[in-house]
Design a protein around this ligand. Structure first.
Ligand code: CTP
Length: 398
């Protein structure tokens, strides 16, 4: 593992794990890197600048300027110098400020100016780490390309035990070396289809049968997959959303049109994520002219549509297939039966009984179910839910 000649900007923030930054600095130097340490003012309370300066063999930077002589510490030139910026330990506070563009110390202004890859190694108490605010900030940073070096599970400074311990320095150096060597994004070269939105089944030229799907979840997934380098085709039904950047959209209306597009696109794909709300029934006949009202009742006969997911599932080979299930009762049993019936690798279950889940909103609360078990996610934004689903997709495609 070599970081020979690499310029690493090591940001240290005010966490008890700052004591590990000394070993981290030594390991980075040992791997051949040049290390410039930038500390937040609070970090100095946890580890002395003298320790870090001695190990990095460079003066430590904390303030915007040297109070002795007024020399300016240019965050812009620091950003230009660096091949990579690593914030370790990264506190909940610094992560929040990074996600929101707050620039009230040298470390943050440097982050905002840096054009190089950025990695963060979070360190905090388990509840702070699990908090939706922190998770959403991490999701925002991931979406913008920041590599998150996951904290470990174990004993914490508070005496509690759980996820929040900063990754061990050796692990951080290993992940950093990988990050710098592979330039590639994690889903580069993968072709994926996402279906999204509602289908429209025409009754006559004016009326149709449809449903409440807005397409937000599917569009968030397409965006998250594209951000990780996948070549995404969004087979979209009715929605008011703009096509996400870097995504190819195929617009469809009926279940039949969506079926045709999916079969065509799946032939050359590595997988599909079936997020669309597809009508299960369509009018047996579509009137070519507007139907006129009469005196009595009116009946429209419906026939079954094709189940797109099930048909792709029957011929999926070793391609990936992810399904969605929106249920109102016997949620897990219904989802598990769809998982098997449609041959999904995993299924994302939404329950309309959960507050904050379902149509239209910006949040979702889902359970990921595969043949090995269930993983219940907390209430998250649709963007963060998409990131978590894409994490699972990535682990399968690897
Ligand atoms: N789906 C599909 N084509 C259809 C119907 C559903 O691709 N004609 C996909 C959805 O996109 C979703 C999954 O299948 O990924 C589950 O859809 P759902 O409608 O909940 O399942 P059904 O099999 O229709 O079950 P039921 O109507 O009994 O709830």
């Amino acid at each position: 593992m070599s970081l020979q000649g690499r310029h690493i900007l090591l940001g240290v923030t005010g966490s008890i794990a700052a004591y590990k930054a000394a070993l981290l600095c030594r390991l980075l130097k040992g791997a051949g890197a040049e290390v410039q340490v930038v500390m937040t003012p609070l970090a100095k309370e946890f580890i002395t600048p003298l320790t870090m300066a001695t190990l990095s063999k460079r003066p430590i930077l904390v303030e915007f300027f040297d109070p002795e002589n007024g020399a300016w510490n240019s965050h812009v030139s620091l950003g230009e110098w660096a091949d990579c910026m690593l914030v370790a330990p990264a506190t909940a506070n610094t992560l929040a400020k990074m996600a929101h563009g707050i620039a009230d110390n040298l470390l943050l202004t440097t982050y905002l100016s840096a054009r190089c890859p950025v990695a963060v190694a979070p360190a905090m108490d388990l509840d702070m780490f699990a908090h939706t605010a922190t998770q959403e900030n991490l999701a925002t940073l991931r979406r913008r390309g920041v590599a998150v070096i996951e904290p470990g599970d174990g004993e914490l400074a508070s005496g509690l035990s759980g996820k929040g311990r900063m990754a061990e320095p050796a692990e951080i150096v290993a992940q950093l070396a990988e990050l710098l060597s592979e330039k590639k994004k994690s889903l580069q070269g993968k072709r994926l289809i996402v279906t999204a939105g509602a289908t429209i089944e025409a009754i006559d030229p004016v009326r149709f049968i449809s449903n409440h799907s807005t397409g937000k979840m599917g569009y968030a997934l397409a965006e998250a997959l594209a951000a990780r380098g996948a070549e995404v085709t969004l087979v979209s039904g009715r929605t008011a959303l703009p096509c996400p950047e870097g995504v190819r959209r195929v617009e469809t209306r009926s279940a039949e049109e969506m079926y045709q597009a999916c079969v065509r696109e799946f032939a050359a794909a590595d997988g599909a994520v079936m997020c669309a709300a597809v009508a299960d029934y369509t009018p047996e006949e579509v009137s070519p002219v507007k139907l006129k009202k009469g005196e009595g009742e009116m009946t429209i006969r419906l026939k079954r549509t094709r189940d797109i997911a099930a048909e792709l599932g029957a011929d999926k080979g070793n391609r990936l297939l992810v399904g969605f299930a929106l249920e109102t009762d016997h949620e897990a049993e219904n989802a598990e039966s769809k998982l098997c019936r449609k041959n999904f690798d995993f299924i994302v279950l939404n329950s309309l009984r959960d507050a904050g889940a379902g149509f239209g909103g910006d949040t979702n609360k889902v359970t990921l179910i595969d043949r090995a078990g269930r993983e219940e996610l907390p209430l998250l934004s649709k963007a963060e839910t998409a990131e978590r689903i894409v994490d699972k997709i990535e682990s399968i495609l690897k």
